[in-house]
Design a protein around this ligand. Structure first.
Ligand code: ZN
Length: 200
């Protein structure tokens, strides 16, 4: 596992103390608290259409635990793919028992979340524990889109660094060539996401 990459760049934490009567009103707070990323798969919402398309997920499902519908500590900023895949699944009849017989879900705001997943050098999400394996399967972390979104983000970070270098050395041919090549790659991956081929 030595070549594996840490799963997250940032850690979410729930800080909202405002109370609303509609759980969707919490979304702007969740977006900030989760650093614009899906709590489960860590996809950045800028690549998926922003907050408009992201969901407010109930960690312990609201259908099974309606008392937690407006409880901010039970809410997760989630991409539509993870939210729909998780649906009302829960491993027990108790909202506080989130894992039973190696099945269940780890709260993304818990420190231990990162002990259950990492990325391989190609950007695939790899489970590191039995409950990690369960979540990986249920939330469909094996979909190619998760790898591609990770690659797109890495390319974007590198391109931004090259643009900063170009400001200092505007006529650097090697830099320009590298940037052009990355730009082509970026657009190819982007086509893949927008063509919806990444759900395979
Ligand atoms: Zn997700």
């Amino acid at each position: 596992m030595t070549n594996n990459i840490p799963f997250r760049e940032s850690h979410p934490s729930r800080t909202c103390t405002t109370q609303y009567t509609d759980h969707k009103r919490f979304k702007p707070h969740l977006r900030v608290d989760f650093n614009q990323r899906c709590g489960y798969c860590h996809a950045n919402d800028i690549y998926l259409g922003g907050a408009t398309v992201f969901h407010v997920d109930h960690f312990a499902p609201q259908k099974k635990f309606p008392d937690l519908r407006l409880n901010y500590s039970n809410l997760v900023y989630s991409c539509p793919y993870c939210n729909r895949s998780k649906s009302d699944d829960w491993p027990s009849t108790d909202a506080t028992q989130n894992i039973a017989n190696d099945k269940g879900y780890i709260d993304p705001c818990g420190e231990e979340y990162v002990n259950n997943f990492c990325r391989d050098p190609q950007g695939n999400i790899v489970p590191l524990s039995p409950v990690g394996i369960y979540m990986h399967k249920r939330l469909r972390f094996g979909l190619r889109r998760h790898q591609i979104l990770w690659i797109i983000h890495q390319i974007r970070v590198t391109m931004n660094e090259l643009h900063s270098e170009l400001e200092k050395k505007p006529a650097d041919y090697a830099l320009l060539t590298q940037l052009a090549s990355l730009n082509k790659e970026y657009l190819q991956y982007w086509d893949y996401i927008t063509d919806n081929k990444a759900n395979a």
